[in-house]
Design a protein around this ligand. Sequence first.
Ligand code: 5AD
Ligand code: SF4
Length: 444
Amino acid sequence: MTTVPDKTFYLETFGCQMNAHDSEKVIGTLEREGYRRVESEEEASLILYNTCSVRDKAEQKVFHRLNDYKFMRKKGKRFAVLGCVAQQEGENIFSRAPYVSLVSGSASYRKLPEMLARLEAGEERITGLDDRQSEETFDTDATNRQNPYRGYITIIEGCDKFCTYCVVPFTRGKERSRSSSSVLDEARRIADQGYTEIQLLGQNVNSYLDPEEKKNFAELLAAVGQLQGIRRVRFMTSHPKDFTRDIVEAIDAYPTLCDQVHLPVQSGSARVLKAMAREYTPEWYLERIAWIKAARRKISISTDIIVGFPGETAEDFVQTMELLGQVEYDCVFSFKYSPRPNTPALALIDTLSEAETDKRLQVLLDRQREIQRINYSKHIGELMEVMVEGHNPVRAQISTRSSQNKTVNVTWSQPIAPAPGTYLQVRITAAHPNSLIGVVESSI
Ligand code: 5AD
Ligand code: SF4
């Protein structure tokens, strides 16, 4: 008699929203194959890690996690490594972690059913890496959306920018835009499921170009923003080289487009930007910031900064700090430079000590905290529309988000909270550098 295989899986996601969304596709695909998701490695027969390799720390985390659980291999559990580390390392993963059975790039989730069948049939090592060249990459029938209030939609895959520090062009491949008809179909489908917030995803959404109808990014944004039932549209990530004024005009024209732009600058020094191959100068960047600041609605601006890029001098860093003061961001994601495989920056001479990089990072964090304290305190007294994301009964609060992407913790003493996705009007009563406090005036 043959035994029915135990089709349980545990999936953990590392890294960005692109990965979170890829995981939604993997979950949907596995469930269609009769697999059932469980909450811990202990309960699962198949353990999958969807990995990130943008910085070394993220990559090491996966190998540590694998190491922590490798004893489970003896209990017959299978390990699968998906995503960017899988794509980057390929079969090398088997030598670093010999108990892994499956290595697959995340766009290969369509091939997962076939690969899983081979695993079940007893194959020990399977590799499925991506070609990521076709529209099929965007195939979404099997998506099982995990976020209860935000529907992710990939509009463009890959990246052709080849910034000298970045591994993404090697892991996620060449840039390909999805047709706008397919994006709009998916947006309508998820609006029918009850989602009112959509986030358009891509490594560089600004270089989106509809392969069929030749819509550019701003036109796609406007089309999504006009769909029935959609109240909030966000997008990630922008690139200053390709950021156009019509994006700001679209935000001005359609209130459903959130008043938030994430525009990674990476450095305030022209010299460092050149060494990074970012294809713009601080002046070019600040011109785009001026467009955003001239919008009718106040648009919240956030950024990414790399500290300690090889050869970054004290003067280069001062220029980054000056730019920080000029833009007055609402949020900054700052990272210490991390050398990545295959990238041209590996060849640059890096003389900066770890201690000096740490010092600069701390200076930046302290200054930015001060900027945010001032920015956030300006909201006190304001009436704001927020969307509920979660409930914290212990603190008697619900966590919500504003159109500007600010966290607003709202006082809530009743035992039952409004469901995620509910809109409320709240009055802001206090401010911290990373969040606001509010009280409900009415639900909308
Ligand atoms: N080292 C540090 N930060 C990096 N990023 C990308 N590659 C690296 C690297 N090698 C940062 C950039 C990018 C963000 C997603 O991650 O700031 O915008
Ligand atoms: Fe990496 Fe640059 Fe592409 Fe962003 S634009 S994914 S930083 S190569």
